[in-house]
Every structure is written in C-alpha cells, then in structure tokens.
Design a protein around this ligand. Structure first.
Ligand code: HEC
Ligand code: HEC
Ligand code: HEC
Ligand code: HEC
Ligand code: HEC
Ligand code: HEC
Ligand code: HEC
Ligand code: HEC
Ligand code: HEC
Length: 426
C-alpha cells in the first residue's frame, strides 16, 4: 500500500515537471493525451517507451490516442485515468489483441472514413492461417498475433521503408520466431526458411536489384495467411508471377503424377525457400540436372530430358557462335548492327525454349528452337560475309600500297636522275 502511494506521489511530482516541459506549443497535441504525458515521464521503460515511440505510429498520425486501444479517460491527469469503469483494459492479453485491432479494421464503414481502399479482411484472413487456427483451437499464444508482425505503438503502413512489414523487412519480422530454433522447438518444423530465403534469387532480386516485385514470405504465404500451404496451392503461388511456366506445367504429365506422388509442383525441382538461378545444366541427365534424380537414360522421361537438352544446347551454341563472329566483324570496323539486332530473335527463342521445357514435350521445345536456329544461321552467314569483306579490303589495301610504293620509288629514281643531269650540266 505504502509503495503504491509512493509511486503515485512520484508520478504527481513528475507531472508537475512535465507541466512545465510541455508548455511548448509543439507539445500541445501531446498534452491533449494526458495518458501519454504522464507515461512519458515514468522511469520504467516498459511504461514510458510506448508513449515515446507512439508519436511515429500511423494511428497517432490519424489523431488516435492511447485510449483508442486501451480505453480509459483522456481528460483525467492522475491515476484515475486508468479506471476500469471508464473502459480501461490495461495491457491487452495476446488472445484479446486480434479483436482489439479488428474492432476498427474489420469495420468497413468505420475504416472507409479514413481510407476507402484499405482492406478490412485482415482479422478474418488471420483466422484461416495456421497462426489463427492454433490460437483459436488450442489457445496457443506462441503463434503470431497482430502485434507480432505490427509492433504495438510503432505500426506503419507496408509502403513505409521503416515498417516491419515493408517488403525488404518482412523476412526479418517472420524470422524473429521462425529462425529461433529454441522458440520453435515444440513444433518440430524446420527453422531454416530465413537462412535459405536469404540465399535465393528472389531475395537477391529484391535486395540487390531493388526489384520489389520478387516475392518475400508473405507473397507466398499470404499477408494474413489466407493461403495455407497445401499441395494445389504450392503450384498456384509460383504461378502468380511465373504464369507461362505454370500453365505449361499444369498440362504436362508431371502435374498429375507429382500430385499422386504427394510431391510439390515447382518446388520439387526449384525448392521453395532457396530458389536459385537456373541454367541449361539443370536439364538432361548429367550431374547438375534435376531430371536425373528420378529418370535414367533408359526410361522415356530420361530420353526426353536428353533430347530437350540437346535442342536447347544447339540453339544456345549456334546463337553464341553467330554473336561472336558479328562482334569480331564489328571490332574490325564492318557495319553489322542490323544483323546483331536480328540475332536478338534467337535469344528470345532461347528464352521461350527454356520456358517450354516445362511442357516436358520435345516437340514443343523444337518448335521454339527451329526458328531461332534459322535466325542464328542467317546471322552467322552475315558474319562470314563481313569477315570476307575484311579480307577483300585487306587485299585491296595491299595492292594499292604496292602501287603507291612503286610510284614513290619511281618518283625518287626520276628525281635522282634529274638531279644528276643538273650536276652533269654544271
Ligand atoms: C498520472 C500518470 C498516469 C496517467 C495519466 C496514465 N497512466 Fe497508465 N500507468 C501509469 C503508471 C504509474 C502505471 C504502472 C502502475 C500500474 O500498473 O498501475 C501505468 C500503467 C499503464 C499500462 C500498463 C498496464 C499493465 O498491466 O502493464 C497501460 C496499458 C496504461 N498505463 C495505459 C494508460 C492509458 C490508456 C492512460 C490514459 C487513459 C493512462 N495510462 C494514463 C501512470 C499513468
Ligand atoms: C493501436 C492500439 C494501441 C494504441 C493506440 C496504444 N497501445 Fe499500448 N498496447 C497495445 C497492445 C496491443 C499492447 C500489448 C503489446 C504486447 O502484448 O506485446 C500494448 C501494451 C502497452 C503497454 C504495456 C507494455 C509492456 O511491454 O508490457 C503500455 C504501458 C502501453 N501499451 C501504453 C500505451 C500508451 C501510453 C499509449 C499512448 C501513447 C498506447 N499504449 C497506445 C496497443 C495500443
Ligand atoms: C480505433 C480504431 C483502430 C484500432 C483499434 C486499430 N487501428 Fe489500425 N488503423 C486505424 C485507422 C483509421 C488507420 C488509418 C488507415 C489509413 O488512413 O490508411 C489504421 C492504420 C493501420 C495500419 C496501416 C494501414 C495502411 O496500409 O495504411 C496498420 C498496419 C494497422 N492500422 C494495424 C493495426 C493493428 C495491428 C492494430 C491493433 C494492435 C490496430 N491497427 C488497431 C484504426 C485502428
Ligand atoms: C504473420 C504476420 C502478420 C500478422 C499476424 C498480421 N499481419 Fe497485418 N500485415 C502483414 C504483412 C506482411 C502486411 C503487408 C502486406 C503488403 O505488403 O501489402 C500486413 C498488412 C496489414 C495492413 C495493411 C493493409 C493490408 O491488408 O495490406 C493492415 C491494416 C494489417 N496488416 C492489420 C493486421 C491486423 C488487424 C492483424 C491481426 C488480426 C494483422 N494485421 C496480423 C503481416 C501480418
Ligand atoms: C510470434 C512468433 C511468430 C511470428 C512473428 C511468425 N510466426 Fe509463423 N508460426 C509461429 C508458430 C508458433 C507456428 C506454429 C508452428 C506449427 O504449428 O507448425 C507458426 C506457423 C507458421 C506456418 C505453418 C507452418 C506449418 O506447420 O506448416 C507458416 C507457413 C508460417 N508460420 C509463416 C509465417 C510467416 C510468413 C510469418 C511472417 C509474415 C510468420 N509466420 C511470423 C510463430 C510465428
Ligand atoms: C517463393 C515462395 C516462398 C517464399 C518466398 C517463402 N516461402 Fe515458406 N514455403 C513455401 C512453400 C511452397 C512451402 C512448402 C509448403 C508445403 O509443402 O505444403 C513453404 C513452407 C514453409 C513453412 C513450413 C515449414 C517448412 O519449412 O516446410 C514455413 C514455416 C515457412 N514456409 C515460412 C517462411 C518464411 C518465414 C519465409 C520468409 C523468410 C518464407 N517461408 C518464404 C513457399 C515460400
Ligand atoms: C511475387 C512474384 C513471384 C513469386 C510468387 C515467385 N517468383 Fe520466382 N521470381 C520472381 C522474380 C521477380 C524473379 C527474378 C526475375 C527473373 O529472373 O524472372 C524470379 C526468379 C525466379 C527463378 C530464377 C529464374 C532465372 O532466371 O534463372 C526461378 C527458378 C523462380 N523464380 C522460381 C519460383 C518458384 C519455384 C516459385 C514458387 C515456389 C516462385 N518463383 C515464386 C517473382 C516471383
Ligand atoms: C521437373 C522439374 C521442373 C519442374 C517441376 C519445374 N521446373 Fe522450372 N525449370 C526446370 C529446368 C530444368 C529449368 C532450366 C531450363 C533451361 O535453362 O534449359 C527450369 C527453368 C525455370 C525458370 C527459368 C527460365 C529461364 O528463363 O531461364 C523459371 C522461372 C522456372 N523454371 C519456374 C518454374 C515454375 C514456376 C514451376 C512450376 C509451375 C517450375 N519451374 C517447375 C525444371 C523444372
Ligand atoms: C520427382 C521425380 C521426377 C523428376 C525430378 C522428374 N520427373 Fe519426369 N516423371 C516422373 C515420373 C514418376 C513420371 C511417370 C513415370 C515415367 O514415365 O517414368 C515422369 C514422367 C515424365 C515424362 C513422360 C514420360 C512418358 O511416359 O510419357 C517426361 C517427358 C518426363 N518425365 C521428363 C522429365 C524431365 C525433362 C525432367 C527434368 C527437367 C523430369 N522429368 C524430372 C518423375 C520425375
């Protein structure tokens, strides 16, 4: 009891101090929220920090104060502000939090006043996720709740680079739990997703190239878990962005077979978290190929793999050879830019052929490869002609140099004989 009085007294003392501190006009708004004013002065960081950081929170910028979530009386300056009779709820329990946020965020009419385009299904979606289901069914409070991903008092829109849910920061936010093997120990699921994702082409594309269209955790798993992992979904999620491959794959023999084998679609060959850059070595039956894991040179799949690989190889090497020849000609000063431009057609065909690999049909791959080979042959012929031209020019140059030299020599002889005649005369 005595301790309580002492703490109230110290608070009152601090209030007096803050009364003077907050007289600056800039602090006028903060003053309006007496909860924050008192909390700012408390020595216990657990109590003071929320008030300090809240100034940067999206809710503060929309004019909300502490009572928007905690209830209580904003007008009261003393401890009576936190009166349960005035709706004060204290520190919300983890199980309460989704409803606390959902009270506004699931209310379309209320939210429209602020931002008509903001979705209002976060709470509903959350309960379709593994997180939400475990919270509801087992009361498991170790799962993520709203404030695990949107830290209370420092919530920012996803577009803000400082936000915990900005594309470049989501992975870290999830990793707080999912990369913590001790925390995740009871669940017996891998804790390597973050580490693997950081090595993927997707993260590289995002972090090095700054291309935010590459996926991070929530692009594949849903912002609020609307798409729980599952067989059919796995193929779909990659297909959102790689639609050409996904369509071809869906019609291929593997689609049904993999489903029956219980093997995830794209991830069977590319993995899910550490998706790497691909190259033609992945195709065929050699060491690095993904096909060799299940096929051999004897079965039909293996033969097909080898055929497709040799088709792709033939186009790649033809296009490279033509390109090298044209470059040589260009360096020698022959105008070949038109031919170089046309050779891009072969490179496009190569890109298409690599995509059509996902049909696992050699005929379809051949259909893309053949026109590319035609273009390469034409470009190669142009390169050969350009080099012939250079040869011809060189020969021409040699002949003219010889003629000029002869003329010079003739002239010199002539001059000498003229000079000798002059000397003889005198
Ligand atoms: C006069 C100073 C003062 C005012 C005004 C004040 N608080 Fe507090 N608040 C405290 C102190 C001291 C504590 C810690 C002691 C306690 O829990 O009773 C605290 C505790 C809290 C806690 C944490 C409770 C917990 O269980 O951990 C919350 C949340 C809180 N206050 C919110 C508010 C809100 C919302 C308002 C405004 C309606 C407000 N406070 C007004 C001083 C104040
Ligand atoms: C958008 C809703 C929201 C607003 C606005 C809000 N809080 Fe909180 N606050 C929460 C939630 C949710 C928690 C529980 C966080 C948790 O469990 O990690 C919390 C926790 C707290 C705690 C306990 C911290 C702890 O670590 O135990 C204090 C103290 C507190 N808030 C004070 C304030 C004060 C002061 C303000 C105004 C400056 C404020 N809050 C504004 C949602 C809010
Ligand atoms: C009192 C109503 C209310 C409560 C309670 C509330 N919010 Fe908000 N929230 C809003 C409003 C209004 C906005 C501003 C929307 C806008 O203008 O874009 C907002 C904005 C946000 C944004 C940024 C949205 C964007 O993209 O602009 C996030 C994230 C957010 N809130 C999460 C939460 C979380 C998490 C909680 C619970 C801890 C919570 N909110 C509690 C009303 C509320
Ligand atoms: C597992 C992490 C996680 C949890 C739990 C979570 N969110 Fe989110 N939330 C995100 C991510 C990631 C985004 C960013 C989405 C994007 O980039 O558009 C987001 C975006 C938002 C937005 C901005 C609008 C939108 O829908 O994109 C609001 C509002 C929001 N969350 C509210 C909530 C509320 C309310 C809860 C609890 C019911 C919640 N979130 C729980 C991760 C989470
Ligand atoms: C507060 C800690 C926490 C945070 C933050 C968190 N999670 Fe979780 N997550 C869990 C726990 C605990 C489980 C339950 C594990 C289980 O049952 O297998 C889980 C389950 C999952 C599962 C289902 C795993 C399975 O069993 O197949 C996925 C997927 C998932 N989380 C993705 C995410 C993503 C994506 C984010 C970030 C946007 C995230 N989580 C943030 C704690 C967290
Ligand atoms: C390119 C898409 C993609 C990205 C990005 C991604 N995941 Fe996954 N994740 C998957 C797929 C696919 C599965 C496998 C689901 C299945 O087998 O049912 C999976 C499985 C999981 C699981 C279940 C346990 C496991 O490892 O199999 C967790 C937890 C998880 N992911 C968390 C994360 C986290 C955290 C991130 C970000 C660091 C992330 N994921 C990024 C696609 C992705
Ligand atoms: C949100 C969009 C998005 C999703 C979802 C997505 N990706 Fe990607 N992916 C990209 C982008 C962007 C790149 C990098 C640019 C490029 O090379 O196409 C990329 C690159 C790749 C590459 C490397 C391509 C190369 O040039 O070698 C592979 C392989 C790949 N993704 C496979 C997958 C798989 C498998 C999944 C599902 C588990 C998936 N992606 C999900 C957008 C996405
Ligand atoms: C049976 C194995 C296998 C499956 C299943 C598979 N791929 Fe591929 N994927 C490959 C091989 C092999 C390559 C390399 C082709 C090459 O470079 O010749 C490749 C290349 C790619 C590329 C890069 C293409 C480029 O332009 O270089 C992307 C992107 C891709 N796959 C996405 C996907 C997606 C999305 C799915 C699911 C719809 C998928 N893959 C399913 C084997 C597979
Ligand atoms: C996870 C194992 C697995 C991988 C990896 C795999 N396949 Fe298959 N594939 C199968 C199975 C199982 C069948 C059906 C049985 C069979 O015909 O061998 C099949 C069938 C095929 C067929 C149809 C054969 C027919 O009878 O009509 C072709 C073509 C094929 N695969 C090509 C490929 C190519 C090319 C790759 C590499 C890019 C590849 N596969 C990678 C498992 C795999």
């Amino acid at each position: 009891m005595g301790r309580r009085i002492a703490s109230i007294l110290s608070v009152l003392f601090l209030l007096g101090l803050f009364g003077t501190l907050f007289s600056a006009p800039a602090m006028a708004q903060q003053m309006a929220d007496r909860c924050a004013a008192c909390h700012l002065g408390l020595a216990d960081q657990r109590l003071a920090r929320p008030a300090k950081v809240f100034r940067e929170d999206v809710h503060a910028s929309k004019g909300f104060g502490c009572v928007a979530c905690h209830g209580g009386d904003t007008e009261a300056a003393g401890m009576e502000a936190m009166d349960r009779a005035k709706g004060y709820i204290g520190k919300p329990d983890r199980k309460q939090i989704t409803r606390l946020c959902g009270r506004c965020h699931s209310d379309g009419r209320f939210m429209r006043q602020y931002n008509p385009s903001l979705r209002v299904d976060q709470e509903a979606e959350y309960y379709t996720s593994v997180h939400g289901q475990r919270l509801r069914q087992y009361g498991d409070t170790k799962v993520a709740v709203c404030v695990s991903c949107h830290p209370a008092h420092l919530i920012k829109p996803p577009s803000d680079p400082r936000s915990s849910v900005h594309p470049l920061r989501v992975a870290e936010t999830c990793a707080h739990c999912h990369a913590d093997s001790q925390y995740m120990q009871p669940y017996k699921i891998p804790t390597d997703q973050f580490q693997k994702y950081k090595e993927s082409i997707h993260w590289k594309t995002m972090s090095v190239k700054g291309d935010l269209s590459a996926p991070t955790c929530n692009d594949c798993h849903g912002n609020h878990g609307a798409a729980p992992p599952g067989m059919t979904w796995v193929g779909n999620v990659c297909g959102q962005c790689h639609s050409v491959m996904a369509e071809l794959f869906a019609k291929s023999p593997h689609a049904k077979i993999f489903a029956r084998m219980g093997t995830p679609g794209c991830a069977t060959c590319h993995s899910n978290h550490d998706v790497k850059e691909t190259d033609d070595n992945k195709l065929g039956l050699e060491n690095e190929s993904v096909c060799a894991g299940c096929h051999s040179a004897q079965d039909k799949g293996g033969k097909t793999a080898a055929t497709m690989r040799s088709l792709v190889d033939s186009l790649r090497s033809a296009s490279e050879r033509a390109g090298a020849l044209l470059l040589q000609a260009e360096h020698a000063g022959v105008e070949v830019s038109q031919a170089q431009f046309e050779l891009n057609g072969a490179k496009d065909a190569l890109v298409k052929a690599r995509a059509v690999v996902h049909s696992f049909s050699p005929d379809l791959v051949k259909k893309e490869v053949e026109p590319g080979l035609g273009i390469s042959t034409k470009a190669h012929a142009r390169g050969v002609r350009a080099l012939d031209e250079i040869q011809f020019r060189r020969k021409g140059l040699a002949v003219s140099v010889v003629i000029i030299l002869c003329l010079i020599v003739g002239l010199v002889i002539k001059i000498r004989s003229l000079e000798r005649e002059k000397v003889d005369e005198t």
